[in-house]
Design a binder for this molecule. Structure first.
Ligand SMILES: CC(C)(COP(=O)(O)OP(=O)(O)OC[C@H]1O[C@@H](n2cnc3c(N)ncnc32)[C@H](O)[C@@H]1OP(=O)(O)O)[C@@H](O)C(=O)NCCC(=O)NCCSC(=O)/C=C/c1ccc(O)cc1
Ligand SMILES: O=C(O)CCC(=O)C(=O)O
Ligand SMILES: [Fe+2]
Length: 359
């Protein structure tokens, strides 16, 4: 039988090869979710049974207005140890910059499929610019209901020349204006690890590369059967995440450490989470926590994470300052680009990636 639009190969062709993404599927007004997107029961997110149970069971919201007050550093480091996730208000990144990057994200995804797919893995003129769908379609048994544009930052000039004009200025501004915040956070987190000063070498190791993703989660016909993003932890040092007002991000936590806790949108805030690279460098003191995103049946959602990373050719391992007191290393030295390739070559699988670096 010839593939039709609704046959499995027809869907793959339309979404992945033709670059329509799940946004294209969503806009066709599909009445039911195509088979490829149906997740196994244990991965589905039943939003009715999750959420905030009480005030102790929510990700901390930290006010950064007095960022040099030791209490702020204490709150941030404790949240990084206990939750691996926190929200920041009065973080110093201008609200207008955040609004502009959200608008630019919508502008990019509103472009015709033909225009967006000029940035696909096959057609992009740079390895640093990639438009795609789901996470790792060739490795996944069930696909995720998300399209993305992923931008690896090398320099202002390179980005200006190669990133899509629909969003590049706003994304560059968002990255630049977040840099002070990123440095402040890393300084606080490092102090608690007995790293007194972030010299050039440490700065490179902690934040020598950045990747900004523009995530688009279109309205889904059967949101309860699929996910926007499956369970994973980020491979970054830390991630600065801008989400819109829709909601749907869940993190593993609570007193039993097993519940899925909603991260409610807070106007003007930024979500921060610890990634695997910092869990490794801190020898497990700071936690990169599993998280996932629900699909939504009513509204389109966007998010814009800045993944703050080591450089691809950095060797990452527990920091000497952390091991100075005689603590035994639980992670070995790994080449960061090997670690990231390992992450990208498999489907999302919770906290499994870090096994790659365990002794
Ligand atoms: C290893 C990289 C990413 C690419 O290396 P490459 O060898 O020059 O390029 P390849 O094109 O061969 O990519 C290797 C594999 O990774 C895949 N990949 C290459 N970028 C991508 C890409 N942005 N997206 C999703 N696959 C990709 C790519 O498809 C390919 O898979 P495969 O074809 O099956 O071998 C290299 O740029 C690198 O070392 N970067 C270091 C900095 C970095 O990007 N760190 C990652 C931070 S991202 C992070 O923390 C979380 C990201 C995340 C993202 C989505 C989620 O749902 C959840 C989390
Ligand atoms: O969309 C979100 O809120 C989170 C997305 C995410 O976890 C990621 O891109 O790594
Ligand atoms: Fe993530």
């Amino acid at each position: 039988m010839a593939p039709t639009m609704t046959s499995p190969s027809g869907i793959t062709n339309f979404v992945i090869n033709k670059g329509n993404g799940v946004k294209g599927l969503s806009e066709m007004g599909l009445k039911s979710l195509p088979k490829q997107y149906i997740q196994p029961l244990e991965e589905r997110i039943s939003t009715a049974s999750f959420g905030i149970k009480n005030s102790e069971e929510s990700v901390p919201i930290i006010d950064m207005s007095n960022w040099d007050d030791p209490k702020v550093a204490e709150a941030i480091c404790s949240a990084a140890e206990k939750w691996g996730f926190f929200q920041l208000v009065n973080h110093g990144v201008p609200i207008e910059v955040l609004e502009n990057v959200k608008e630019a994200t919508h502008r990019f995804f509103e472009l015709p499929a033909e225009e967006k797919s000029k940035n696909s893995k096959e057609r992009s003129c740079s390895n640093n610019v990639r438009f795609g769908t789901s996470f790792s379609p060739q490795a996944e048994k069930a696909l995720e209901w998300k399209d993305y544009l992923s931008l690896f930052y090398v320099s202002e000039d390179e980005a200006s020349a190669l990133w899509p004009p629909a969003c590049k200025d706003e994304v560059l501004e968002y990255r630049k204006k977040s840099e002070i915040l990123i440095k402040r956070l890393l300084e606080m987190l490092m102090k608690r690890l007995n790293v007194k000063e972030i010299d050039q070498e440490k700065e490179g190791l902690l934040m020598g590369s950045m990747r900004i993703n523009l995530n688009y989660y279109p309205i889904c016909p059967n949101p309860e059967l699929t996910v926007g993003v499956g369970r994973h932890s980020d491979v970054s040092t830390l991630t600065v995440l801008l989400q819109d007002q829709i909601g749907g991000l869940y993190v593993r936590g609570g007193t039993d450490k097993k519940s899925w806790i909603h991260v409610p949108p807070v106007k003007g805030s930024l979500v921060i989470n610890i990634g695997d690279a910092l869990q490794i460098m801190s020898n497990g003191r700071y936690k990169s926590i599993e998280h996932r995103v629900a699909a939504n049946g009513i509204k389109n959602r966007i998010s814009v994470p800045i993944f703050v990373n080591p450089r691809p050719l950095d060797l990452i391992s527990p920091l000497p300052e952390v091991l100075a007191s005689g603590e035994k290393a639980v992670y070995k030295q790994v080449l960061y680009s090997d670690y990231v390739k390992h992450f990208f070559r498999k489907a999302h699988d919770g906290k499994s990636t870090i096994e790659f670096a365990k002794i």
